[in-house]
Design a binder for this molecule. Structure first.
Ligand SMILES: *[C@@H]1O[C@H](CO)[C@@H](O)[C@H](O)[C@H]1NC(C)=O
Ligand SMILES: *[C@@H]1O[C@H](CO)[C@@H](O)[C@H](O)[C@H]1NC(C)=O
Ligand SMILES: *[C@@H]1O[C@H](CO)[C@@H](O)[C@H](O)[C@H]1NC(C)=O
Length: 517
């Protein structure tokens, strides 16, 4: 007890050194670049005199900068994990569903080598973490609970390292892609049951205990099955979409045997069927046949099923059949933006679609940076109420930020111009962009979809939106624009009232492009 309290006190001294700033990664990086304050040496020796068991105490003379940085990270991480009082305790690293910040914190080797001894729990679940097992966390040898479930971790699990965590009583490695290994006979796995390793790559061998345990398990399973069937029945009545894995038979039934009348779209090796499940829920089934199947398909879908945003298609499940892979989404998407543009929608509606797509991008980039998306007008779908939905995803994202910015610019140009009739004329995408660049801003009317009615105000807005889109598609400036910046500029250009306010700014950019052309 005495040891614990002095540890916490020591931690407190370190924490109270610097002023707590915003927990933004940029603030953190800035702070990490500063040298330790002059009084830091004295503080560390003082702490070590109080509690020699602190991890940094045998390194004082050599690595003061590392120790200082570790305390900076500890403070930020403690706040980021919403620990109730970081001055006195840092009990839990809680970075569940925080894919944006987790890789950053994992990269701070100095933090992990001085892992605060107050930490009992580490939760990094649901973060799209890919690559090898994050062995850094094993440096926190005192932990009691470790959750790495729902990530994309591959390779071997450091069995010896995990086994050396003497106080570990909770472990969850479920839903990862670790190399297959038979856990039967491995000491470590006696401490945890198979629910710690669901779909993790391990082959659970559970025959190690006597028959009485088997009997107990059978009894429990029996009780569970009956409870589950009752719960399932109620659940099905209450929450109609609660399912995820579909069989080919279920989908065949829902789509009238994948009939021609249910086939609503065909694009790039993907057939899209509408259908209805037994309980009446409308679905869309996006079927890929004959393509090289991805072994990771199920894992990707499991991530996609967690996306929740009005402008991101709601994936309710998937199917891995012998001759097809299918993603099942909520059946509210009626057509692609490309198809919709053919009917020459008014500018107001086009604005709404662009704003919706930007909201969707914002959500994905903020919360799921490893999920890639496709912004071509034929891949973005619309609902009946003209709310767009980003649908085609890739995990992990194959595109860099500048490629995403370019695709957004291209999307905006297509929505403004209804590019399709000119495609034959301009032969290629770059040809099209160059052509638009030549017309802007003086000949902007030539660019705009001829069938769209224009007012002076909407034309002004189109000018500004197009100017931003041209910046996005300017490959000579590659990498100079961040998505955040672009979204801010576009939102400003799209806002109804600010047509005049931003005029000067974009005027400057027109000149810029003229000179380049
Ligand atoms: C905790 O730390 C913050 C920032 O250093 C400080 O403002 C606050 O008073 C501290 N709380 C206690 C109880 O010491
Ligand atoms: C495990 O817990 C015990 C009792 O709280 C403690 O004495 C011991 O130091 C812990 N082990 C590690 C490796 O931290
Ligand atoms: C581990 O996580 C999975 C998925 O969230 C869950 O189904 C399983 O029950 C968890 N295991 C334990 C031991 O909590």
């Amino acid at each position: 007890m005495a040891e614990t309290s002095s540890t916490l006190m020591a931690f407190f001294f370190l924490l109270s050194l610097a002023v707590i700033t915003a927990t933004l990664p940029s603030a953190l990086i800035e702070e990490l670049n500063k040298p330790p304050p002059p009084e830091f040496t004295a503080l560390v020796s003082n702490n070590c005199a109080l509690d020699p068991s602190l991890r940094y105490c045998n390194a004082v003379t050599t690595d003061l900068a590392g120790i200082y940085k570790s305390t900076v990270v500890a403070r930020h991480l403690c706040a980021e994990s919403s620990n109730p009082d970081c001055n006195f305790s840092f009990a839990k690293i809680d970075l569940r569903s925080r894919p944006r910040v987790v890789p950053l914190y994992l990269s701070f080797a100095f933090f992990w080598s001085y892992c605060p001894s107050s930490i009992r729990t580490i939760d990094l679940a649901n973060n799209c973490l890919h690559g090898a097992f994050p062995s850094e966390v094993l440096r926190c040898a005192q932990i009691q609970s470790l959750d790495l479930s729902h990530n994309l971790l591959v390779g071997d699990v450091p069995l010896a390292g995990l086994a050396s965590l003497a106080n570990l009583s909770f472990l969850n490695l479920s839903y990862n892609r670790f190399s297959e290994c038979n856990i039967e006979g491995v000491e470590l796995f006696r401490r945890f049951d198979s629910s710690s390793f669901i779909h993790s790559g391990f082959l659970p061998g559970d025959h190690r205990h006597g028959s009485e345990i088997t009997a107990t398990i059978l009894l429990l399973v029996g009780v569970l099955v009956s409870v589950l069937s009752v719960v399932g029945l109620i659940g099905r009545l209450l929450l109609r979409q609660r399912r995820d894995k579909f069989t080919t038979a279920m989908l065949r039934k829902a789509t009238n045997g994948f009939s021609e009348t249910n086939l609503v779209r065909k694009a790039e090796g993907e057939d899209v069927y509408i259908g209805r499940l037994r309980d009446g829920a409308e679905i869309e089934v996006h079927v890929q046949r004959g393509k090289a199947f991805r072994r990771t398909f199920g894992e990707e879908c499991r991530i996609l099923a967690q996306l929740r945003h009005k402008n991101v298609a709601k994936v309710i499940g998937w199917c891995e059949g012998r001759d097809m892979q299918a993603v099942v989404t909520e059946g509210v998407l009626v057509r692609s933006v490309e198809e919709w543009l053919v009917v020459a929608p008014p500018w107001k509606q086009r604005l709404k679609v662009m704003m919706g797509v930007m909201d969707g991008i914002c959500y994905l980039d903020e919360h799921w940076p490893r999920v890639g998306y496709d912004l071509r007008t034929r891949s973005v779908l619309l609902r009946e109420d003209i709310e767009p939905s980003i649908y085609k995803f890739k995990v992990p994202s194959p595109d860099s930020e500048s490629e995403k910015v370019y695709r957004l610019g291209m999307f905006v140009l297509e929505v403004v111009a209804n590019k399709r009739p000119r495609e034959a004329l301009e032969a290629s995408e770059t040809g099209f962009i160059d052509w638009v660049r030549l017309q802007c801003p003086a000949q902007i009317k030539k660019v705009v979809d001829q069938k769209m009615k224009l007012t002076a105000a909407s034309l002004e807005q189109i000018k500004q939106v197009t100017a931003v889109a041209l910046e996005c598609t300017d490959v000579s400036a590659e990498g100079s624009l961040t998505m955040k910046h672009v979204l801010r500029m576009l939102r400003r250009a799209c806002a109804p009232s600010s047509a005049q306010a931003v005029h000067g700014h974009h005027h400057h950019h027109h000149h810029h492009h003229h000179q380049q052309a």
